[in-house]
Design a protein around this ligand. Structure first.
Ligand code: HEM
Length: 267
C-alpha cells in the first residue's frame, strides 16, 4: 500500500478504472460489507469460489476489467489478474518488485526467515532451501512421512463410521497449512468423483502393491499428480500474492508508479 496521498492521477493516465475513493477509509467499508454478505450463507458445492473468498475482487474485476485500482484507506491497491501481466511482475528482471516488508507481529512470527527476506540474504536462504528440497534430501524424509501416514490411518480406524474432520487430520500429518488445505480439497474432489478415486487407487496398487512407497515410485504416480494439479488449480491454498514496485516500473504496455501495492491473483 502507498502511504502517500490518495489523490493520484494514475488511474486517469493509464485508463485503469475501479471503485471511487471515499474519504479516509478508501473502499475498506465496501470490502467488509461484501465479504460479510458473501460469507453469510452456506455455499453449494461449486468450483466457483472467488465470489465467496474475495467478493470485492470478483465484483470489481467484472465491472472494471482484469486490472483494477481500489483503495485501502489512503493506500492504492492494484488488482492484477491479467494472465499475461502476472508472470511479468513476478519475474521482473531487475528486482523492482519486492514482497511487502514484514513488520510488527508477523515479523515476530516469521522471524528473519526466507519469507521476510530480500536481496542477498534471500538468495543465501533460498540456496539452503533448494538443498533441503532436493530429491536426495527428500528421500531421507520418506520413512518419517510413511510412519506419520500410518499413524493417521490407525487413528482413523477408531473413528470408523463416524464423521471426522479431515482438515485437522491433515494438519497433524502435513504440519503446514497450505499442504493440509491441498490434501483436504483433494480428498473432497476424490469423494465427489469416484471414477478418479478408482483410477488413483489402481495406479497406487499397480506401482506399490502392498509395499511402502519409495521416491522412484512416487515420481511415477501420473494420475495422482494430475489429480493434485487439478485440486491446486480449482482450490489454490494461496489465492493471491502481493508485490510492491519499489520504483516506477514498466510492465507490458503499462507503467506503474513507485510504491504501488500489487495484488496478484491466479483466479
Ligand atoms: C500445497 C502446498 C503449498 C503451496 C500452495 C505453497 C505456496 C507458496 C507460494 C504461493 C509461495 C510464494 C509466496 C510469495 O512469493 O509471495 C510460497 C513460498 C514458499 N513456500 Fe510454499 N507452498 C506450499 C507448501 C510448502 C511447504 C510444504 C513448504 C515447506 C515445508 C513451503 C515452503 C515455502 C518457502 C520456504 C517459501 C519461500 C520461498 C522463497 O522465498 O523463495 N511451502 N509457497
Amino acid at each position: 500500500m502507498v502511504d502517500s496521498t490518495p489523490h493520484t492521477e494514475f488511474d486517469e493516465i493509464t485508463g485503469i478504472r475501479g471503485p471511487s475513493y471515499k474519504f479516509m477509509h478508501g473502499n475498506t467499508k465496501e470490502i467488509l460489507t461484501m465479504t460479510k454478505e458473501a460469507r453469510s450463507k452456506p455455499m453449494e458445492l461449486s468450483h466457483d469460489t472467488l465470489p465467496r473468498l474475495l467478493p470485492h475482487v470478483h465484483s470489481w474485476t467484472k465491472l472494471y476489467g482484469m486490472i483494477t485500482l481500489f483503495w485501502i484507506g489512503p493506500g492504492a491497491v492494484l488488482i492484477t489478474m491479467e494472465s499475461e501481466i502476472v508472470p511479468d511482475v513476478l519475474n521482473h528482471k531487475d528486482g523492482a518488485y519486492q514482497r511487502q516488508k514484514i513488520e510488527g507481529l508477523p515479523k515476530k512470527l516469521f522471524g528473519e526467515g526466507i519469507v521476510g527476506s530480500e536481496g542477498e540474504k534471500w538468495a543465501k536462504l533460498r540456496k539452503i532451501a533448494n538443498h533441503t528440497f532436493h530429491a536426495d534430501s527428500l528421500k531421507d524424509m520418506i520413512p518419517a512421512m510413511i510412519s506419520s501416514a500410518e499413524a493417521m490411518l490407525l487413528r482413523r480406524r477408531d473413528y470408523e463410521g463416524q464423521e471426522i474432520e479431515v482438515y485437522e487430520e491433515f494438519r497433524v500429518l502435513a504440519s503446514e497449512e497450505t499442504t493440509a488445505t491441498l490434501l483436504a480439497w483433494t480428498v473432497l474432489l476424490l469423494a465427489i468423483h469416484d471414477d478418479w478415486q478408482e483410477k488413483a487407487r489402481k495406479e497406487v496398487f499397480e506401482l506399490f502393491g502392498q509395499d511402502k512407497p519409495g521416491l522412484d515410485g512416487i515420481a511415477r504416480l501420473k494420475t495422482m499428480n494430475m489429480i493434485i494439479n487439478e485440486s491446486l488449480r480449482l482450490y489454490p491454498p494461496i489465492t493471491s500474492l502481493s508485490r510492491i514496485a519499489r520504483r516506477e516500473t514498466r510492465v507490458g504496455k503499462l507503467t506503474f508508479p513507485a510504491n504501488i501495492f500489487n495484488f496478484l491473483s491466479q483466479f
